[in-house]
Write a protein that binds this ligand. Sequence first.
Ligand SMILES: NC(=O)c1ccc[n+]([C@@H]2O[C@H](COP(=O)([O-])OP(=O)(O)OC[C@H]3O[C@@H](n4cnc5c(N)ncnc54)[C@H](OP(=O)(O)O)[C@@H]3O)[C@@H](O)[C@H]2O)c1
Length: 291
Amino acid sequence: MGSAGVQKVLVTGATGMLGGYVCTALADAPVDLHKVDRARFDLTAPQQVYEYIMAEKPDVILHLAAETNVDLCERDPQRAGVCNHLATDMVARAAAKLGAWLLYVSTSYVFGGQGGLEFNELDSPAPPNYYGRSKLLGEQAVRLICPTHHFIIRAGWMIGGGRGRDHKFVGKIIDQLEGGATEIRAVNDKFGSMTSAFQLSQFIAWSIRQRCFGTVHYASRGGVTRFMIARQVAAILGRDVRITAVRSAEFPLAAPRAEAEVMTSLYLPLLDGPRPGQWEEDLEAYIRQSF
Ligand SMILES: NC(=O)c1ccc[n+]([C@@H]2O[C@H](COP(=O)([O-])OP(=O)(O)OC[C@H]3O[C@@H](n4cnc5c(N)ncnc54)[C@H](OP(=O)(O)O)[C@@H]3O)[C@@H](O)[C@H]2O)c1
C-alpha cells in the first residue's frame, strides 16, 4: 500500500496507445499512479523487470508493455519470446511475491491458427504467428504464477490515438481520404474484431476497483475486415471514394494472419462494467471524438 493507504498502481507500457488512455482514465482516481517507460523498464532484460517491480512494491500492476510489431516478432522470434513471454513471466513472479493484483492485456492473435470463425473464452487458442504465441505464453505464465490474483483481457484490433497519433489502420485510411485519394484498396479476406482503446481503458479502470479475475474477451460486436472498416470510415466522414476489396496476398506480410480471429464473449455480459457496442457505433464514436 502506498502513502496514506492509497493503492499504488504501476502501469507498464504507459507511453503506448492503450497506456495513454489508461493513464488518463486513472488520472483522477484515488490511486498513486506510477507510469513506467522503456528507459526504466526494458522488456528485453526480464531480470531487471523483476527487480524494478520488486523495488517499486505496487499493489496493482497493469502490464500493457509488449513488443506489438507482429511482423517484427515473426522476423525475430527470440525478441517476441523475451519481451512478451519471459518478461511477462517476471512481472508475474514479482506480482506473486508482492501479493499484487496483475492485469495483462492479450490479443485475438492467440486464435485462428487452426481455422474456425469465432472464438469465445472456452475455445482453445491456436496462434498463427510468433506474436500470438508469445502473448499466449505470457497469458499462461500469468495464470500459473498468479493463480488467484490475475485478470487477462483479450482485445481485438485496437483503434485509438486520434488525429496525428493514430498510425494504425483507421488513421491511415483517414490520411488517404484527407490526402484526396480516389481509390482505397483494403483486405477483405481476413476477419477479426475491433476494440476501442478508449472503451477498454474505461473497462480497465472499472476492473481495478472490482478486482476482476480470470480471462475475458473485450471487443465490439460483429466481425470485421479492413475493407469493411475502410468503407465505414468513408461513410462516417461523408467521403465519396471507391473502396476496393482485395485479397491479403496483395499486401504480403512477414507474419501469417488467421483467416478469422473474431472474438465473442461468454463472460463479459456477466460483468457490470462498461461494455463495447456494435462495431459501427464504436468506430463512429472514435472518429467523431478524435478527428
Ligand atoms: N494494438 C493492438 O491492436 C492490440 C490488440 C490486442 C492487444 N494488444 C495488447 O495491448 C497492449 C498495449 O498495446 P498498444 O496498442 O498500446 O501498443 P503500443 O502502442 O505499441 O505500445 C506498446 C508499449 O510497450 C512499450 N514497449 C515496447 N517494447 C518495449 C521494451 N522492449 N521495453 C519496455 N517497453 C516496451 C512501448 O514503449 P515505447 O513507447 O517506448 O515504444 C509502449 O509503451 C499490448 O500488450 C498489446 O500486446 C494490442
